[in-house]
Design a binder for this molecule. Structure first.
Ligand SMILES: Cc1cc2nc3c(=O)[nH]c(=O)nc-3n(C[C@H](O)[C@H](O)[C@H](O)COP(=O)(O)OP(=O)(O)OC[C@H]3O[C@@H](n4cnc5c(N)ncnc54)[C@H](O)[C@@H]3O)c2cc1C
Length: 390
């Protein structure tokens, strides 16, 4: 397994970092304060290649490998959590299912629009009654009516819903077929009967809109099914595996940002006659952060590398997401500690990063769910006599 980035990946990382330093990071506090994404930057992302990382070039995308995508999301997260989350959801949840399962008509209809920089993509899985247990929690139904589907129900916590032209929605198409009874359906956001509620008032990631959806007899043509009828649950699991790599990368970016702010602060703040960076207790926090961020980044890149190599990565993506999100939590917590009172103030970025990173152990599968995925794999592997898989 080769963990070194190739020249192209390194160059891409540099390009994205430079772009984020100029167009994203300086506006992160404003995005948080106003609760608005900065579309002036998102429009420019089209030319950089950040808007269609999963999308084929034929539809205006940049068709990058998973490692390059993870590198870009880490950079976006390092610059601004809200922008990072909305872009991660746009690519991994909004564009990826259409790229993967869309017919040529669906791809031609939606992908060029999604990479235009005027809108972002969205995927609606979670419902008010549950997110972890999708098989039990999804109650939104689609029933056939001639050459159409009629959708009723509601979805909760949907990133980018209000700025998406189309949303991929997980629905039940057969109540008696277990996990074979789900399908993904593309619903245009101007459809009659669809209400997109005002953005949730969140603790962090305030610039990234998160909205509830109500479907009241929404009628879509039968051609709006994405992939096969009855395969929606399996498709969702595949999308979540890849999404966990990107949420892992976003977590690493947030941790990296908190870490950099802490080191800078520790070198300039004095206590007991010397910079606090010279006190051993602070050094240990810095050392632990450096170590844990590096370990999390390697797990994220390893999962991405396995995806690019066409190898199974379900366990690795869960490990990467679990580790990186919990590292972000510890690093952001200590970043506030290192800043003392100033860390508790909105004047310093660590306060925002602390709030932003808090979602990472929840979204795209909580830490508890990641542990379940990992344990299931480990137990299967032991049953098969493979205690230490390569
Ligand atoms: C900012 C934000 C953006 C989001 N974006 C999207 C989006 O774009 N699309 C989308 O579909 N969803 C989105 N979500 C929803 C998110 O994915 C869910 O909140 C998440 O999956 C958890 O589901 P839940 O909130 O229903 O928690 P629940 O499933 O109700 O879980 C509550 C608690 O119980 C624990 N738990 C549940 N089952 C078990 C078990 N078997 N064993 C042990 N513990 C368990 C959980 O780990 C958690 O701690 C978003 C959420 C937020 C806050």
């Amino acid at each position: 397994m080769n963990f070194d980035l190739n020249d192209e990946q390194r160059m891409w990382q540099r390009v994205v970092r430079d772009f984020c330093e100029a167009e994203v990071k300086p506006y992160a506090a404003e995005v948080d304060e106003t609760g608005q994404l900065r579309f002036a930057a998102i429009r420019k992302m089209r030319d950089v290649g950040l808007l269609g990382m999963d999308v084929p070039e034929a539809y205006g995308g940049s068709e990058l490998d998973a490692v390059s995508t993870a590198l870009a999301i880490e950079e976006l997260g390092r610059a601004c959590g809200s922008t990072g989350l909305s872009l991660a959801a746009h690519g991994g949840l909004g564009c990826a299912p259409i790229t993967r399962w869309g017919t040529s008509e669906q791809r031609a209809c939606y992908l060029p629009k999604l990479v235009s920089g005027e809108v972002l993509g969205a995927l609606a899985l979670t419902e008010p009654g549950g997110g972890s247990d999708l098989a039990g929690g999804v109650q939104t139904t689609a029933r056939r009516d001639g050459d159409a589907w009629i959708i009723d129900g509601s979805k909760a916590w949907i990133t980018n819903a209000g700025i998406a032209p189309v949303i991929t929605v997980l629905v039940r198409t057969d109540r008696d077929a277990g996990t074979r009874g789900f399908s993904m359906i593309l619903v245009e956001t101007d459809a009659d009967g669809l209400t997109i509620h005002p953005p949730e008032k969140k603790m962090g990631l305030k610039g990234s809109p998160t909205q509830m959806l109500s479907f009241d007899g929404v009628r879509v043509p039968s051609a709006a099914v994405l992939g096969e009828v009855g395969r929606g649950f399996q498709q969702t699991m595949q999308i979540l595996d890849s999404g966990r790599i990107t949420i892992g990368a976003l977590s690493v970016g947030l941790a990296q940002a908190a870490f950099e702010e802490s080191v800078k602060y520790a070198q300039t703040r004095h206590a007991f006659g010397k910079p606090i960076a010279e006190h051993q207790a602070i050094q240990w926090m810095i050392a632990d952060a450096a170590l844990e961020i590096e370990a999390a980044r390697l797990l994220v890149l390893r999962a991405a590398w396995r995806k690019d190599a066409g190898r199974p990565f379900n366990r690795e993506a869960a490990m990467a997401k679990l580790m990186a999100s919990e590292v972000a939590e510890r690093v952001a917590h200590n970043a506030i500690q290192i800043h003392g009172s100033y860390g508790y103030s909105r004047e310093f970025p660590v306060e925002r990063i602390y709030r932003d990173q808090r979602l990472m152990t929840i979204g795209e599968g909580t830490s508890e769910i990641q542990r379940m995925v990992i344990a299931r794999r480990v137990l299967q592997e032991f049953d098969q006599g493979v205690a230490s898989p390569v």
